[in-house]
Design a protein around this ligand. Structure first.
Ligand code: HEM
Length: 461
């Protein structure tokens, strides 16, 4: 075969392609590079390198699980400092990944997710009441509210633990520790090793944040172990404490359960919070879409409190969320690696274990998959008839195969319920009509400084 060299921005002798990374917005920086260098390019760093891929054609090949596995690449490796061998940061070959995967899959099955509906409604209702009480002129910080909501929801559904974020001014300290630790684990990968060694205060702060998260998780586990009603609970925590891998008989250790708790608190809220924030942003920028979404909500829910049966009928709301995840996939990249040396597209050589980063916002803008109007927010793309014509693996906001998101049905049910309730109860007004979308990057993407006002449409029976 005729081998082709993978394009690469010219590396600097010392920093190599670190100079091409944008520390304030690494994903947005990679999007700019993809626009310049095309659907496949290489970046070299002092201690590693990676290939960045963003076309449907290449990603479709990478989704073959016979040839490619998830790669726990440097940023995830760094997160292992606090999420250990929890599901998200585990290597596929680790016994604890298989055990936890088998124990937890039923906890995210359709019946289990349906049973979480009342708890999801409970927290959503708290947010609605808060918005109503503050009144028409109160300014709502959207990502802040969505983060309180999603964090409280995962804690209540997964561990039967109430964080009560809507009853405090300050965000729960777990959020602070998590945001700081995630940001530091990411920043480490963009510094030289010697820099990391020398930043003593930063190191100490990082250790403190990790300690806080572990202590918080351990407290929840201890509390459950001494809870006399524990046996009547069927949440994630009980499944982890009591479950066994049916194939090996293996249970989960206390240490592993601690890592899973931290993992679920992190993975279970940041991304869904960003999804709801982007969906609201796009609806406000697209009044006709907003009107259609509102119309469906009014037809399906009227002025009633939502019930589980309503969800299947709120199809357009589901499409709005999927389109929001297309334009702004809040977990913006996944990393893969080949099991053996191989050729991509029959011509680009990649070696075993090589990090291949799938840049989701650019995959989701591949005109060959999505047409010429990729920047247009159009939920009709996800109408079943239309989506059937989109080529395979064009939309991957939840990752791929066995390592795909275990929380997908949880996230979509929660987001669908909350977005419907917001539209049912409030007229939304952008606080600043000249607001230009600014994206804040942690491990995930969120609209920064996005504020609205919410005018009550009257009471619900
Ligand atoms: C994995 C996205 C919500 C728990 C993933 C992956 C993606 C993703 C892309 C694959 C990561 C990789 O390949 O490295 C999202 C998005 C969400 C969301 C966009 C919301 C809109 C949730 C929720 C939970 C959750 C609500 C928990 C309740 C997990 C876990 C994994 C995972 C545990 C690792 C699964 C494994 O490898 O076994 N998610 N996620 N996620 N997600 Fe989510």
């Amino acid at each position: 075969a005729l081998l082709t060299t993978i394009p690469q921005p010219k590396p600097d002798p010392l920093l190599k392609n670190l100079k091409d990374m944008d520390p304030n917005g690494p994903v947005q920086g990679l999007m700019r590079l993809a626009r310049t260098y095309g659907p496949i390019f290489r970046l070299s760093f002092p201690e590693r390198d990676m290939i960045v891929v963003s076309s449907q054609e290449l990603v479709n090949e990478l989704c073959d699980e016979q040839r490619f596995d998830k790669k726990v690449h440097a940023p995830l490796e760094n997160i292992r400092a606090f999420a250990g061998d929890g599901l998200f940061t585990a290597y596929t070959q680790e016994l604890n990944w298989t055990a936890a995967h088998h124990v937890l899959m039923p906890a995210f099955g359709p019946a289990a997710i349906r049973d979480m509906f009342p708890s999801m409604l409970d927290i959503a209702e708290q947010m609605m009441v808060r918005w109503e009480r503050f009144g028409d002129d109160a300014v709502v910080n959207v990502p802040d509210n969505m983060t309180r909501l999603t964090l409280d929801t995962i804690a209540l559904c997964a561990f039967d633990y109430r964080l009560n974020s809507f009853y405090q001014n300050e965000m729960h300290p777990f959020v602070h520790a998590m945001v700081e630790a995630l940001s530091e684990s990411g920043a480490r990968g963009r510094r030289l090793p010697i820099q990391n060694q020398l930043m003593v205060l930063t190191k100490r702060q990082y250790a403190g944040d990790i300690h806080y998260m572990h202590q918080f998780a351990d407290e929840i586990i201890e509390r459950r172990k001494h809870d006399p009603d524990a046996s009547s609970k069927h949440d994630l925590l009980n499944r982890m404490l009591q479950g066994h891998d049916p194939t090996t008989g293996r249970g989960l250790s206390d240490e592993n359960i601690r890592y899973q708790l931290v993992t679920f608190l992190i993975a279970g809220h940041e991304t869904t919070s960003g999804l709801l924030s982007f969906a609201l942003y796009e609806l406000l920028k697209n009044p006709q879409t907003l009107a259609r979404a509102r119309k469906q909500v009014d037809e399906v829910l009227g002025r009633e409190m939502p019930r589980f049966e309503h969800l299947a009928k709120l199809t357009y709301i589901d499409q709005v969320l999927k389109e929001a995840l297309r334009i702004w996939p809040t977990a913006p990249a996944i990393a893969l690696q080949p099991y053996e040396d191989t050729l991509l597209a029959g011509k680009y050589p990649v070696s075993k274990g090589q990090t291949i980063l799938v840049l989701l916002p650019m995959l989701h803008r591949d005109p060959k998959a999505w047409g010429g109007d990729v920047e247009t927010f159009n939920p009709d793309r996800f109408a079943p008839e239309a989506f059937a014509h989109v080529p395979a693996n064009s939309w991957k906001p939840f990752g791929n195969g066995q390592r795909a998101c275990i929380g997908r049905p949880f996230a979509l049910q929660e987001a669908q319920l909350v977005l419907s309730m917001i539209l049912q109860r409030f007229d939304l007004i952008e606080q600043d009509p000249s607001y230009q979308l600014k994206i804040r990057e942690t491990l995930t993407l969120k609209p920064d400084n996005f504020f609205i006002r919410a005018r009550s449409r009257g009471t619900i029976s």
